[in-house]
Design a binder for this molecule. Structure first.
Ligand code: SAM
Length: 262
């Protein structure tokens, strides 16, 4: 079943209106859909719908809502990946795979050992990466399109982290004591069980929010690790081997989802 994304203000009590020309073209010319055909619609924030096409033209479509449900595919755990910007081309792979694995937001970060420089055209890269996220969502049928935010520097990351997460993880290649499993198992149950460890104060029935920081090819500087752990982040090992930067975020996400979602 094809899936389309609309904004919540395009959803009425019984009807959904689509005016995005690309979507309308895809419906009419590529999928050859017409009145009577059914599609899945997501409002990108909370609900997904099964809807039947009542009217479909080049400039507008109207669909009758047949069924509405909260997202079946969205994880209750919201993971934000702060990814040390890697060399050419790897970011697309990181975003595509992490969207499939359930990432909630991706923040590209200029870290101390990032070799890529911003020559002033970085917004074009962010726009392209956002498209990669939207494409990945269609394939894996997520309910939301994970945001690829504007690039940050570490001091902006620290401000972004402050008070925003139940848990901050910094997978660090030189960490050989605490594993990600140790820390995840120290989290209380998602029900917001009162026995929260000092590093996480889960709100009952709210999604667990986790930040994961991954270094670029050159890894983290000692100063960066100190800043993040000083701000309450937990330095964790992802295992005995050194993973590539493009592998590490996926591995961390997979471990988090395995532990908290499956
Ligand atoms: N320059 C580092 C070295 O050669 O030892 C490698 C950095 S690694 C390519 C990039 C990032 O992946 C690291 O900064 C870290 O965030 C993560 N990473 C890779 N392997 C890891 C492991 N075994 N445990 C924790 N984090 C790891």
């Amino acid at each position: 079943m094809s899936r389309f994304f609309v904004s919540p203000d395009q959803v009425g009590a019984n009807l959904i209106t689509i005016e995005d020309r690309n979507d309308l073209h895809h419906m009419k010319k590529v999928l050859r859909l017409g009145p009577g055909d059914e599609v899945d619609i997501s409002d990108g924030s909370a609900w997904e719908y099964r809807a039947r096409i009542e009217y479909l033209e080049a400039d507008m479509a109207q669909l009758q809502i047949l069924d509405k449900q909260s997202f079946a595919t969205e994880p209750a755990t919201r993971v934000t990946l702060y990814q040390g910007i890697p060399k050419q081309g790897k970011m697309e792979t990181i975003i595509q795979k992490c969207v499939e694995l359930g990432v909630h937001r991706v923040v590209p970060v200029f870290m101390d050992r990032t070799v890529v420089v911003d020559k002033g055209n970085f917004q074009k890269k962010i726009d392209r990466w956002q498209k990669v996220s939207a494409e990945a969502v269609k394939q894996c049928r997520r309910g939301i399109i994970p945001e690829v935010s504007g690039a940050m520097r570490m001091k902006e990351v620290l401000a972004d982290l402050a008070g925003s997460y139940d848990l901050i993880l910094i997978p660090y290649e030189n960490e050989d004591g605490t594993t990600i499993k140790d820390v995840l198992r120290s989290l209380p149950a998602k029900s917001g069980d009162a026995a929260a460890p000092e590093t996480a104060t889960l709100k009952p029935d709210a999604p667990v929010t986790i930040a994961v920081l991954i270094g670029p090819e050159g890894g983290f500087s000692e100063e960066e690790v100190a800043m993040v752990t000083g701000a309450g982040g937990r330095s964790v090992s992802l295992g005995r081997t050194t993973l590539r930067t493009e592998t590490a975020g996926m591995a961390a996400l997979a471990m988090i989802m395995y532990e908290l979602e499956l």
